[in-house]
Design a protein around this ligand. Structure first.
Ligand code: 7TS
Length: 412
């Protein structure tokens, strides 16, 4: 029996609707999660009562907005156990956070002949910034490959990470394979070779306890919208000494110390990296999402999702003609489940599932080199979150069966 998280569904009115005359089963959480009333209310409250720009005014609303914006930063700091609030930079999202590192740290530190190590399972946003940096700097980009069971090959990582390596950047949890990568071990390898360690936490921070000190990463990036916060807000955690030494990402208002005719100085951390008017409401909404997650407890969130995977994965694997990618052992699989049905394009599968009210994603999931490594062009993907229930898993199974029948016999 899967733990009862049913009570939380009432906080998500969007889930309480019919799609194509069927009960909506939202299983596209790896793309973006839904927002609870508490997050929507925090946004409405801010805009109705406290809206002003931050750090600029001495008037009451400006002070209220600044206090709430900075309180959100403190919530983020505690959520990932970062040592200091200075180390929490608000960005637009994971993609923006990773581009920030590549264009500042990368620009300043990568030279011809250096090596950057990523894995073959990276989302394009943790791949293209490094690929382009390597091309520009005449550096080499290396990929850690997969084991036969679809996990990151640590033995291969030990071969690929060498004293020539300057940056190791790997996803904490895969958006396709449903694996959790050994970031702590990779950080040890990176540091032993004089490289920095970056983790892409887009699929991890919403679903499990993250402790950046325990992981010993130098940078950690994640997005608000995948953890029930607003879109357009994300986080970059960076070690203070590294952020201090890095040049700014963008120039303009808010990020300056003093501007002279011919040169300028920069603001203190973290504001040096927050040029222009920020997504103030977004940060406050993210703070509300963190409050929501904390009230449940990340360990409980993870345990609930694990129960769903324990229930669903073996049934999915046992379905004739269904291929599940990544580890087949539910204990080694997160709530991100990519699959294909023999003889059926994943887009057709996803369209047929949508007719049954089940929302899954189909495509290459912004991981084309991984698709190539798996020998497929695309997959369907069901991804779960805390408000999904055993009934959702059952509806996916039933609808998949109906889809298979439909495409086999042309009728349900
Ligand atoms: N890294 C990983 C591992 C991701 O899964 C995603 C988004 C990103 C980075 C980029 O995050 P963004 O918020 O900056 O867009 N992944 C997906 C997905 O799997 N389907 O849609 C978006």
């Amino acid at each position: 029996m899967v733990s009862n998280f049913e009570e939380h569904r009432a906080d998500f009115p969007i889930l309480d609707q019919r799609v194509n005359d069927e009960r909506l089963v939202y299983l596209d959480n790896a793309a973006t999660a839904q927002r609870p009333n508490q997050v929507v209310d925090a946004l409405v409250h801010f805009y109705q009562h406290d809206n002003a720009n931050v750090h600029r005014g001495v008037h009451t609303l400006a002070e209220r907005a600044t206090t709430q914006y900075e309180a959100a930063r403190t919530k983020v700091q505690a959520f990932i156990n970062a040592p200091k609030t200075d180390e929490i930079v608000f960005t637009k999202g994971t993609t923006d956070s990773l581009n920030l590192i590549a264009s500042t740290y990368g620009e300043a530190n990568i030279q011809a002949g250096d090596e950057i190590v990523i894995s073959i399972m990276e989302h394009h946003s943790n791949l293209i910034p490094w690929q382009q940096l390597a091309l520009k700097k005449h550096a080499t980009l290396k990929y850690i490959e997969l084991t036969p069971t679809g996990e990151l090959d640590l033995a291969d990582a030990k071969q690929k990470i060498t004293p020539k390596t300057k940056i190791v950047s790997v996803t904490h949890a895969s958006n396709v394979l449903g694996t959790v990568n050994p970031i702590k071990e990779l950080a040890q390898l990176a540091h032993a070779n004089g490289a920095i360690m970056i983790a892409d936490g887009a699929q991890a921070a919403p679903h499990m306890l993250v402790d950046v000190q325990d992981l010993d990463v130098d940078f950690y990036a994640f997005s608000g919208h995948k953890m029930m916060g607003p879109t357009g807000i994300g986080v970059l955690y960076g070690r203070e000494a590294l952020l201090q030494a890095m040049p700014p990402y963008q120039y303009g208002g808010e990020m300056i110390g003093f501007v002279h005719r011919d040169n300028s100085t920069w603001a203190e951390l973290p504001w040096k990296f927050e040029a222009g008017t920020q997504n103030i409401a977004g940060a406050i909404g993210l703070g509300a999402a963190i409050d929501y997650l904390n009230a449940i407890g990340m360990a409980q969130v993870q345990a609930h999702e694990q129960q769903l995977v324990d229930y669903l994965l073996p049934k999915l694997i046992a379905m004739p003609g269904v291929t599940v990618y990544g580890p087949q052992d539910p204990q080694r699989h997160t709530g991100v489940i990519a699959f294909n049905i023999d003889g059926l394009h994943p887009h057709d599968a996803a369209t047929a599932l949508d007719m049954e009210g089940v929302a899954v994603r189909a495509g290459h999931h912004c991981a084309q080199p991984l698709m190539e490594a798996l020998g497929v062009v695309a997959t369907a993907r069901a991804s779960f979150y805390l408000y999904n229930t055993q009934a959702d898993a059952d509806q996916l199974l039933t609808s998949l069966q109906a889809t298979k029948e439909f495409f086999k016999h042309g009728t349900v």
